[in-house]
Design a protein around this ligand. Structure first.
Ligand code: HEC
Ligand code: HEC
Length: 283
C-alpha cells in the first residue's frame, strides 16, 4: 500500500494531536444477528425526502458509536453533529446520498488529506458499523423537529460547575494527573469555547514516547515522531532521527494523554457539559 508524502505528513501532524490508532478499531466480537432499525417516516425541512439508507443492525450502530467516539468525534462532534474542525455529518448531502456505505466507505479509505479529513484503514466490519452509526445519527436528526444535541457553543454554558468539579476530583480521575491550581491554572485563558473543549477531550500538545528494542538487543528511547501500521520513527536522546519497519523491531509506546482517549467512550453528554462548565472557571 502506498502513502503519498503529503498524506503521511498530515497523518504525522495528526499523530501529534491524538494517539491515533486505527488498531483500536479491530478485535470486535462476532456481530449478532441483524435487527432491523425503525426508519423515521416523515420528511422535514429543506432536505426533501428522507435519505434511503440501507437497513443495518442496532448492534452495528451501537458498535459504530464507540468507533466514532474514538476516531472521529474530536473533529465531527460526539454525535456527528459537527465540531470545530469537521463538518456536521447529520446535514451532509454526501451522507444522505449514501445508501450502503459506498460514499462513506470510499471516503474513509482515501480521506481528503488536503481538506483536513484523514484516511483510515478500517476493515469491512468496522466500516459497516461506522456507516450504521452515521446513518442513525442523520436519520435521527432529520426526523426530529425540536432541539438537537451536539457541540454548539451555547451548549458549553449549560453544565453545572460543582458537578464538573466532583467529576474532575472523583469519577473522571482527572485529579490523578492534573491540578486546578497547578498545570490547569489558566487553561481557560489559553483556550476558549470549542477549542477548550477539544483540548480537554484530546489534548494536542501531549508527546508520546517510544522505546524500541532492535534485533541486536540495543534499545533506543525518545519522542515518537511517526507511527502507522508499517513504520515507526523517533528522535533519540541525541536528537537523531531513526525510523524502522514495524515488523523488524519490538517497541512500546507510552502516551501520557492516552487516558483522554480512554475516557471518550465513558463520558455522558452531562459529564462533558459539567466538566466544561468547571474547566471554564480555571482562568
Ligand atoms: C482531523 C479531523 C477529522 C477526523 C479525525 C475525521 N474527519 Fe471526517 N472530515 C474532516 C473534514 C475537515 C472534512 C471536510 C472535508 C472537505 O471539506 O471536503 C471531513 C469530511 C467527512 C465526511 C464527508 C462530509 C461531506 O459532507 O462531504 C465524512 C462522511 C466524514 N468526514 C466522516 C468521518 C469519519 C467516519 C471519521 C472517523 C472514522 C472522520 N470523518 C474523522 C475532518 C475529520
Ligand atoms: C493519566 C493522566 C491524565 C488523566 C487521568 C487526565 N489527563 Fe488531561 N492531560 C494529560 C496530559 C499528559 C495532557 C497533555 C499535556 C499537557 O498539555 O499538559 C493533558 C492535557 C489536558 C488538558 C489541556 C491542558 C493544556 O494546557 O493544553 C486539559 C484541559 C485536560 N487535560 C483535562 C483533563 C480532564 C478534564 C480530565 C478528566 C476527565 C483529564 N484531563 C484526565 C494527562 C491526563
Amino acid at each position: 500500500m502506498q502513502r503519498s508524502f503529503s498524506c503521511s505528513l498530515f497523518i504525522l501532524s495528526l499523530m501529534a494531536a491524538v494517539s491515533f490508532s486505527p488498531l483500536i478499531a479491530s478485535g470486535q466480537a462476532a456481530a449478532p444477528a441483524a435487527i432491523p432499525v425503525a426508519k423515521p417516516a416523515v420528511s422535514i425541512g429543506s432536505q426533501g425526502a428522507l435519505p434511503q439508507h440501507a437497513a443495518f443492525s442496532a448492534a452495528d450502530a451501537q458498535r459504530g458509536s464507540g468507533l466514532f467516539l474514538q476516531n472521529c468525534a474530536f473533529c465531527h462532534g460526539k454525535d456527528a453533529g459537527g465540531g470545530e474542525s469537521g463538518p456536521d455529518l447529520t446535514r451532509s448531502k454526501f451522507v444522505s446520498s449514501d445508501k450502503d456505505g459506498e460514499n462513506i466507505g470510499t471516503l474513509l479509505h482515501t480521506g481528503r488529506p488536503d481538506k483536513g479529513m484523514p484516511r483510515f484503514d478500517f476493515n469491512a466490519a468496522d466500516t459497516k458499523a461506522l456507516v450504521a452509526f452515521i446513518h442513525t445519527q442523520q436519520d435521527a436528526f432529520l426526523s426530529q423537529t425540536g432541539t438537537r444535541k451536539g457541540v454548539e457553543v451555547a451548549d458549553l454554558q449549560t453544565g453545572n460547575v460543582a458537578a464538573g468539579m466532583r467529576y474532575f476530583q472523583g469519577e473522571g480521575g482527572c485529579a490523578k494527573c492534573h491540578s486546578p491550581v497547578g498545570d490547569l491554572k489558566g487553561v481557560a485563558t489559553k483556550y476558549s469555547g470549542l477549542a477548550l473543549e477539544q483540548q480537554m477531550l484530546n489534548p494536542k500538545n501531549a508527546v508520546a514516547h517510544v522505546t524500541v528494542t532492535l534485533a541486536n538487543g540495543k534499545t533506543l528511547t525518545g519522542p515518537l515522531l511517526y507511527h502507522d501500521e508499517f513504520t515507526l520513527a523517533l528522535t533519540d536522546a541525541g536528537g537523531a532521527y531513526h525510523s524502522f519497519p514495524i515488523n523488524s523491531v519490538r517497541y512500546k509506546i507510552d502516551n501520557p494523554a492516552d487516558a483522554h482517549v480512554q475516557l471518550l467512550p465513558r463520558y455522558t453528554d452531562d459529564d462533558i457539559h459539567n466538566l466544561m462548565a468547571y474547566i471554564q472557571t480555571l482562568k
